[in-house]
Design a protein around this ligand. Sequence first.
Ligand SMILES: *Cc1c(COP(=O)(O)O)cnc(C)c1O
Length: 362
Amino acid sequence: MQRARNFNPGPAALPLAVLEKVQAELLDFAGTGMSILEVSHRSKDYEAVHNAAQSLMRELAGIPEEYTILFLGGGASLQFSMVPMNLLGPGGSADYIITGAWSQKAFKEAKLVGAPRIAASTEQDGKFTRIPTQQELDLDPKARYVHITSNNTIFGTQWHQFPETASVPLVADMSSDFFWRPFDVKRFGLIYGGAQKNLGPAGVTVVIIRKDLLESCREDIPIILRYKTHAKDNSLYNTPPVFAIYILKLVLEWIKERGGLAAMEKENRAKAERIYGVIDAYPEFYRAPVEKQSRSFMNAVFRLPSEALEAKFLEEAKAQRFVGLKGHRSVGGIRVSMYNYVERSWIEELASFMEAFAKANA
Ligand SMILES: *Cc1c(COP(=O)(O)O)cnc(C)c1O
């Protein structure tokens, strides 16, 4: 078997060592004579996995005790509505900073619950090519929270400095750059993300919420949709996504073995620099629509001189086992997703391929 060089935007590549471990333990988990897929979520054996995943997250990201970590289902998309449901009353206001399709979706859900405002939007002709500056933000000091998308998976932009929101809690959708580097959790009131891009497998959504914010959450909404319900039962109110949490735990152990988030950042920076380096070396051939200071370290988006050349690029790439490079259908072009577990060697091989392709087709 030859593994693909996997640049899928999500679900995305996982470490081979983790997949092998899953395979090795699949039929007999922790000496139970059963698969992890077959044991109760209330069993001691599973509970150890559940709690280890939480404490590894705490350790790796330095998440202080005043924050609760939840493992939920429903993807980041459910959080688009759970956040306003829990934090906004009818007519309650929150500020949304719109930097791409995912923030637009989050805003749409908030409008169904309360009265959110747009504090800034960088949309131009239906496209987003940058992150706004602090000066551009029209923040309401009475807002319940400020919502951002930390990395715009589709348009390839990323917040490199989080906005200052004074005493208003900052809420971030970190689905596509969760744990890409060390970050200061204390800057946030709430962080959420589906695991399947930069963190782990699909199926589990991680929510990190500050306890004072948790205490202030509404209780007049469906029980299953309350953060308080899940916090009170340590995310075991109902059956959690057991298998996804188990793999998440293995992935977190893998990150720890490799040197933690500082090591992730070093790798991720080197990978992005290599790809953007090729783009910048062939400015007549590779066109990056995103402003340099807003470039994403996770998703590099670029165009070629024609759609025909883009099709040829994808075809030749596929023949060489490079997969997942087609840009999102709303943007077109090419997208290189280079999350935590995309190997440096794949990036090196892709960069060489890009150089050769530019030379052959310029
Ligand atoms: C993929 C993605 C989502 C949607 O995640 P689901 O888990 O499919 O709901 C939301 N936000 C961002 C930034 C994403 O990249």
